[in-house]
Design a protein around this ligand. Structure first.
Ligand SMILES: Cc1ncc(COP(=O)(O)O)c(C=O)c1O
Length: 494
């Protein structure tokens, strides 16, 4: 387990929300609004919206650049961002209203300002691939550890990052993902040390870890472990509204060099009309985590422990966390991701997820062929007995026990992401695509990790995996030209 630098999880100074309070104050004054948003908080003009969403939400949906709220000296947003930086231990934190996807696009654009090449974990999210395509940054990929038994990708070790950076001496940054979708945390402190020894910044996609550090039983967040730029989806487990995320800057000289680039890149990746409701939800969720997280997350952890112990005593389904922890890159685990191996219990993960949803009212975050993954939002206390009852009532079959879809290795890279994306391309039947170079990013979703990236040679194994995933209950392939993956966009090579 990694060491856990001190992070106050119950800080009374954090028990304020300046931006949200400034919006409430603005609404309370009842000024006539001749501004955007054009609903102008008028329930008579927008009765449908006011009734559906609730009138207070319209009233608080205030346009940006209002003096005192997010504009001018000592404005509420500046105070809010300072509180966020203190809560996560960053040099500086920005709020994002288009998810970690926006954070990854911003990071890629900023890194392109440092130089042309990075080393990136192959299992980055598709938004990083989009960032490469838009920025022209070239990535040399380092393979994560793959758990072939469960069909899931973990992280990279410091040794494999060291080898990749040695092979890529001009890399300006290393780009890793931790925690994984399965709660597996890499050794960020060691990765930062290795990256810095090679003269590279460490960027961490911590989309799944915005809540880390706000309870002593949780792993420490990446910025406190020495990462230089960190992207975190606050909406995932941190409690804010959908689409909200955070971008943190670390404390090293690398971070200092990145700061002006990130500031400029963010401006290009941001709406000029960010939603006040989304921003306020970040302010309020930060307050909840930093001032009350220790108590509320403690309740979530207790509930998760009850579920794990029920699974252990029943014995049909296995808590997969011990298997995940056995990988050399995994130095810590976020217990709020519950990974349950279902296949040896006689049902595939995809089938279990579909039946839990359709017949038992239980909506599980994601599945692979082998596992289902539950995520428990910070502070949420579920009825774990009801969930376990539903899970244990699922049917079982021997076919499921013996079925296994292998997670394919990445195909050989022949062009950069950007070269392949902009190259002349054609759409071909997938039966004719093997051996050709993909022009698109194609990913089983969730998790949204591209199985095919622009520039990679298409293999039969990758197509078979994507086809099987598409045919599974709830299977969805992001970037597919046809739902059954019968068509693929490939580069026309000269
Ligand atoms: C590792 C990782 N990074 C980035 C993202 C994108 O996050 P968002 O949905 O907040 O844009 C995801 C989404 O699942 C993800 O898993």
């Amino acid at each position: 387990m990694s060491h856990r630098p001190h992070q106050p999880a119950h800080d009374p100074a954090q028990d304020v929300s300046p931006y949200a309070e400034a919006l409430s104050d603005f609404a309370a004054r009842g000024r006539a609004r001749f501004t955007t948003p054009g609903h102008q908080a008028d329930a008579a003009a927008q009765p449908l919206l006011a009734e559906w969403l609730g009138y207070p939400a319209l009233d608080l949906d205030v346009q940006p650049t209002v003096e005192g709220i997010d504009h001018g000296p000592d404005n509420a947003m500046d105070r809010t961002l300072d509180l966020a930086a203190a809560a996560w231990g960053s040099r500086r934190t920005w709020f994002l209203t288009n998810g970690s996807s926006q954070g990854n696009l911003t990071a890629c654009l900023a890194l392109a300002g440092l130089g042309g090449t990075i080393v990136a974990q192959r299992s980055v999210h598709s938004s990083v691939v989009d960032g490469l395509m838009l920025s022209g940054l070239v990535a040399e990929f380092v393979a994560p550890n793959i758990d072939h038994a469960l069909g899931i990708a973990h992280g990279v070790t410091a040794d494999s990052l060291d080898a990749a950076l040695t092979a890529t001496p001009d890399a300006v940054a290393a780009y890793v993902v931790t925690p994984s979708y399965f709660g597996a945390c890499s050794d960020v402190a060691a990765l930062a040390e290795v990256a810095h020894a090679h003269g590279a910044a460490l960027v961490v996609d911590e989309a799944w870890g915005a809540h880390l550090g706000f309870h002593p039983a949780l792993p420490t967040n990446a910025v406190r472990l020495g990462a230089d730029l960190v992207i975190a989806s606050m909406h995932k487990l941190g409690g804010s509204l959908g689409q909200t995320a955070l971008l943190h800057l670390g404390h090293s000289d690398y971070a200092a060099r990145l700061e002006p680039l990130v500031t400029r890149a963010l401006r290009s990746m941001q709406s000029t009309s960010e939603s006040a409701l989304l921003l306020a939800s970040l302010d309020l969720a930060r307050r909840q985590l930093a001032a009350h997280g220790e108590v509320s997350i403690g309740r979530s952890l207790d509930a998760v422990a009850r579920l794990r112990s029920r699974l252990a005593s029943d014995g049909r389904f296995q808590d997969a966390t011990p298997f995940v922890s056995a990988f050399p890159d995994v130095v810590d685990i976020d217990p709020l991701h519950v990974v349950i191996e279902t296949r040896s219990g006689g049902i595939t993960g995809h089938e279990a997820r579909a039946l839990l949803f359709a017949e038992h009212g239980q909506h599980v975050e994601m599945s692979t062929d082998d596992v289902i993954v539950l995520i428990v939002g910070a502070g949420v206390v579920h009825d774990m007995e009801a969930f376990a009852d539903a899970l244990l009532a699922l049917p079982s079959s021997d076919t499921a026990r013996h079925r296994h879809i292998e997670l394919p290795d990445a195909g050989q890279r022949r062009m950069t992401v950007r070269e392949a994306w902009f190259a002349p391309s054609e759409v071909v039947p997938s039966s004719e695509a093997v051996g050709r170079v993909s022009a698109d990013s194609v990913a089983a979703y969730p998790p949204g990790i591209p199985n095919l990236m622009p520039g990679e040679v298409i293999t039969e194994a990758t197509l078979a995996f994507l086809r099987d995933t598409a045919a599974s209950p709830n299977g969805w392939i992001r970037g597919a030209l046809a739902e059954d993956l019968s068509l693929v966009r490939v580069v026309v090579e000269p």
